[in-house]
Write a protein that binds this ligand. Structure first.
Ligand SMILES: [Mg+2]
Length: 229
């Protein structure tokens, strides 16, 4: 038995409680000189480069010109706000216990599958000391594909190339909190554990997932689901 656990970051492992959005707004301010008058609505689970592009379009700035600079500035701004991130942010219930319990099991490899760019994903999870259980090098991040569902294949390839391990998509669990996470798993043949963090889950999405929980606080139940048949 082996399992590849692909963790979403925002809403699933942790919440930044606005620190991430604030960093993006400061980055926009630096690069294009203005920010949206109100926070923009976009679907939770969207990849970061697409979120930046949406903001640039709303500000009538050309993503083709400004996107790389805003992404780079958003990484710098979030790094500068690390202390604020730790103060305002929070690890979701049960996450530390589940990460630790799964890390103790033979055959389990845990990494990130997230719309965050790699630098921000590592910063956020490391700020809350979750990095000890995650193999970042085989993860897949916002800059690795145009669409979230393609990120599963990116992880499988990296695991094979960097760790010499081969996983079938059915041995992979996407753990997430939005319809994007579910669609990502469905389109790639992975399984999906959805957690209801109150963001972005349409009615009925829980029933479509392979497993659905209000949160991850029942460590034994989560481990049973992931290691189950
Ligand atoms: Mg999420």
């Amino acid at each position: 038995m082996q399992r590849l656990v692909l963790w979403d970051v925002d809403g699933t492992l942790l919440k930044t409680n606005g620190t991430g959005t604030d960093a993006l707004h400061r980055a926009l301010s630096r690069v294009v000189g203005r920010t949206p008058p109100e926070p923009l609505a976009y679907a939770m689970g969207t990849l970061d480069p697409a979120i930046v592009a949406l903001h640039l379009e709303a500000l009538e700035a050309d993503p083709g010109i400004h996107l790389p600079a805003v992404l780079a500035a958003s990484v710098e701004e979030l790094h500068a706000a690390r202390d604020e991130l730790v103060q305002r942010g929070e690890v979701m219930p049960g996450v530390r216990e589940v990460l630790a319990a799964l890390a103790d099991r033979d055959g389990v490899l845990q990494t990130l599958l997230t719309g965050n760019v790699r630098a921000n994903a590592i910063l956020k999870t490391s700020a809350f000391a979750l990095d000890q259980w995650l193999d970042f090098d085989v993860g897949a991040y916002g800059e690795d594909a145009e669409e979230r569902h393609a990120l599963v294949g990116v992880v499988l390839e990296r695991v094979q190339r960097l760790r010499g391990r081969s996983f079938d998509p059915a041995e992979a669990w996407v753990v997430g909190d939005t319809a994007h996470d579910l669609a990502c798993a469905r389109r790639s043949g992975a399984r999906c554990l959805l957690v209801d963090t109150g963001w972005g889950l349409p009615d009925g999405a829980g029933k479509e997932a392979d497993a659905f929980m209000a949160d991850l606080s029942d460590t034994a139940a989560v481990v049973d689901v992931i290691l189950g048949p």
